[in-house]
Design a protein around this ligand. Structure first.
Ligand SMILES: Nc1ncnc2c1ncn2[C@@H]1O[C@H](COP(=O)(O)OP(=O)(O)O)[C@@H](O)[C@H]1O
Ligand SMILES: [Mg+2]
Length: 396
């Protein structure tokens, strides 16, 4: 599917603007503060009813306005029909989501309509930020792809919540052996869920490695892996996990929190040294979270998004839309060509830039170029009102 049309009403700097996109590569050109990031955020908001930049949705409401609305028309490839997705946010009242004009209560009904992958500057937190953020990202991707993953995650969360409540009761004096049943429950849901998560991460890791090889700065080989307390329990019987939980019981009762299980998993972005040097520890993988440069972290996130899109496409037959905010300026020329190559290999990509010269002549010729404000280097005159500049007239 692809986003054919986007309308933003009172969304960030946009008063009321409509833009039409091509099914392939779209290049949004505009100087700083012309609304490029806002535009991608708006597209994502229409497809996901969430901002990739903030959980405080009131920030997306244009200053002084009473609501924000993003509407996208998405089209299936091969012309099998189109749908309109509309997400409105009213501060104090929350979100209203419509698909083809009909209110939908569950966000899943919106998200099932089309898949979208976005890079905004805040996306670097995927590598730099907390394990919880990485888990949430992985889970959102996986749940949309695989209902069994979604179901397994819900079951896990229910059991963890109940088990935590029970740990608290035991700490307050209930008999400790009443936890036996909860240990078994946790083991029963955790192991199959973990197996599913592991399979998915393996599939992602393979694609990730390929994309990262093209995008990462020269050096070692980038890898993605799942780090889990359950690593040793691969294919093991429930008994082994039950025993491990039993051994940790005193500490868990003290904290009244389940501290062992898939809810403590993490994704690790690392660089494996290619040719071990003379130094003894040179061959140890380097954790990009702690030691990656900004450029390496950016390459890691981009490679993950491309990997997700590829894995989702393998599973569903549909290539999702990719929204990339200002990633060209940080890449060298060779990597720009490789990235654009990956973007145009199929599927829609909408990419913003301050300078169209980051793209090669033939790339520009094949893309739809959408000007939303004078470019940083040369080009047109500076507009006074970013909100009202040429969004309505895409050329190409
Ligand atoms: N809620 C809002 N209402 C009005 N303007 C906003 C809002 N949020 C951000 N802006 C404005 O949007 C502009 C930045 O847009 P942005 O999309 O980040 O620009 P770009 O990515 O092209 O550099 C800034 O001028 C900022 O003040
Ligand atoms: Mg920006």
């Amino acid at each position: 599917m692809f986003v054919a049309r986007l309308r933003l009403v009172n969304f960030r700097s946009y008063h009321d603007a409509t833009v039409e996109f091509a099914p392939g590569l779209n290049i949004i050109v505009g100087r700083n503060a012309s609304g490029k990031t806002n535009l991608l955020e708006g597209a994502y908001f229409a497809l996901r009813a969430a901002s990739p930049r903030t959980t405080k949705e009131e920030k997306a409401v244009r200053w002084g306005a009473t609501f924000a609305r993003a509407e996208a028309t998405i089209e299936a490839r091969g012309g099998e029909g189109s749908h309109t997705l509309a997400v409105a946010y009213v501060p104090g009242q929350g979100k209203q989501v419509r698909v083809d004009g009909v209110d939908v209560a569950a966000l899943d009904d919106l998200r099932r309509q089309g898949s979208v992958f976005i890079f905004v500057p805040e996306s670097l937190l995927l590598v730099k930020g907390s394990p919880a953020r990485r888990r949430a990202h992985l889970d959102a991707f996986a749940a949309a792809l695989d209902p069994a993953y979604d179901g397994g995650l819900r079951d896990l969360n229910v059991v963890l919540k109940q088990r935590n409540a029970h740990l608290w009761r035991v700490r307050e004096g209930a008999p400790a052996d009443s936890l036996d049943a909860w240990d078994r429950q946790l083991a029963r849901v955790a192991l199959p869920f973990e197996a599913r998560r592991r399979t998915l991460v393996c599939r992602l890791a393979e694609r990730y490695r390929q994309f990262a090889a093209a995008l990462a700065p020269e050096g070692g080989e980038f890898s993605l892996s799942l780090v889990s307390q359950l690593d040793g329990f691969d294919g093991a019987a429930e008994e082994a996990l039950v025993a491990a939980l039993r051994a940790r019981r005193p500490g868990e009762i003290g904290r009244a929190v389940s501290g062992f299980g898939p809810h403590r998993d993490d994704l690790k972005f690392a660089e494996e040294a290619l040719a071990p040097s003379a130094e003894a520890d040179a061959a140890a993988p380097r954790d990009l979270r702690l030691f990656g440069s900004q450029g390496e972290q950016r390459a890691a996130v981009l490679a993950l998004l491309l990997a997700e899109r590829a894995v989702a496409a393998d599973a569903t037959g549909d290539v999702g839309a990719l929204l990339l905010d200002d990633v060209m300026s940080e890449l060298d020329d060779q990597r720009r060509r490789l990235l654009v190559g990956a973007l145009t290999a199929g599927g829609q990509a909408i990419i913003t830039t301050t300078n169209r010269l980051y793209f090669a002549r033939d790339e520009l010729a094949r893309a739809r170029v959408i000007d939303i404000g004078a470019e940083e280097h040369g080009g047109r005159q500076t507009a006074d009102e970013p909100a009202d500049t040429g969004l309505g007239s895409p050329d190409g």
